[in-house]
Design a protein around this ligand. Sequence first.
Ligand SMILES: Cc1cc2nc3c(=O)[nH]c(=O)nc-3n(C[C@H](O)[C@H](O)[C@H](O)COP(=O)(O)OP(=O)(O)OC[C@H]3O[C@@H](n4cnc5c(N)ncnc54)[C@H](O)[C@@H]3O)c2cc1C
Length: 420
Amino acid sequence: MKTIHSKDLNSRRDFMKFVGVSSLFAMTPTVVSAETIPHVVVVGGGFAGATCAKYLKLWGGGSVDVTVIEANPTYVSPILSNLVLNGQKTTSDLSFTYGNLSSKYGINMVHSTVNSVDKTAKTLTLANGNNLKYDKLVLAPGIDFIKTNDYDITKVPHAWTAGEQTNILKTQVDAMVDGDTFTMSIPAAPYRCPPGPYERACVVADYLKNKKGYTNAKVVVLDANANITVEADTFGAKFTEYGVDYRPNSSVTAVDDSTKTVTFTESGTTKLLTATVLNVIPNQKAAAIIFTAGVNAGNWAPINPLSYESVLTSGIYIIGDSQATGQPKAGHIGNSEAKVCADAILRTLSGVALYASPKTNSACYSPTSATEASWLSAVFKYDATTQTMVAANIAAGGSESANYKKMFNWSGNLFADTFA
Ligand SMILES: Cc1cc2nc3c(=O)[nH]c(=O)nc-3n(C[C@H](O)[C@H](O)[C@H](O)COP(=O)(O)OP(=O)(O)OC[C@H]3O[C@@H](n4cnc5c(N)ncnc54)[C@H](O)[C@@H]3O)c2cc1C
């Protein structure tokens, strides 16, 4: 095993030896690092991590070396992935690679999994056998799931990370015949993308009813929360229109993947349901590396919202779904947090005070059918008294066909700001 610092990656040839030759790296410019150039390592190349790396280089230029360590060579966006279920999109349409980050911004891409963090030596241990030194570490690893029991997610998919899981659920939905039941569960908040599960119920119900023409297919929603958590009027009206059987206060306690039976408590009473397609979205927590690094408190990672630096370990920053500010766990705001974090790291490296009034923005467009979408937006401002991010402005738009078109403009801009 070899420990490598960015100053050791003195040439494209050295870096290729370190990461292994890849088509992504073939597009990267030569990396020439002086010993004094600080090395920022970003773990995770999703909406939060990729944006942070890009803006560190956009704003920091040659003053900083940036390496992204991402487990997968291709990122499949969970945003818009419910549209794979009704055939409006494919997972290929939602796939992004990292060539632009390398070729346009000079970011070192390493495709491996970070297994552990040595906070004293400031090194990471990678699954590919190498160690990597960092000066500042950004953790942007997304979420993990808290399953009720050890069932097979290829039989009972969550499809709450996009890619293979999405395609499994799509295949199962397509195999349904009239009279079959699609039963899904919604996790207890906080979870990734507050409107996302309600959006999914609408998209699937519309698909079965209006595209497949089924008059007797059922959609059942078991919601661990007391009410529809966001856009309640919009989703409530759509559930009525589609005849969705919506059951609040219904928490999953066990899953049987062989019979597609879910056990749950509904307002305290234990019940069982058997479905044709069972889509359990489990409760969620920060991804594993947050716990391995010891920067969690409970299920999430507490940070200083002025910088996203861990309140438990200096020099480690947490952005995106893993952080614990109370801001929604969503890609748009993860992109926003990433810019605050990149700015804070560059200021800290330059000995400049942190910006004292950061704002972030969240936006979610929710398809409610193959032709309509709603939206929800919130601006968060730093409150110096409570030292928290507070919602300053929340707005929403109902289910309309005009919003369906705007959804693709919005997502296109977000995808480009992150990966292009
Ligand atoms: C159906 C659905 C619809 C959605 N719609 C919206 C929407 O309209 N608007 C919105 O803002 N958000 C939406 N979201 C939420 C959004 O997709 C997530 O909040 C966002 O992806 C989180 O970004 P992230 O960078 O924190 O995590 P991720 O996107 O999960 O990225 C984390 C990355 O880290 C990598 N990784 C993890 N651990 C390691 C490790 N140890 N080593 C190396 N790599 C690692 C993973 O491979 C992954 O690529 C939706 C989600 C779903 C499921």
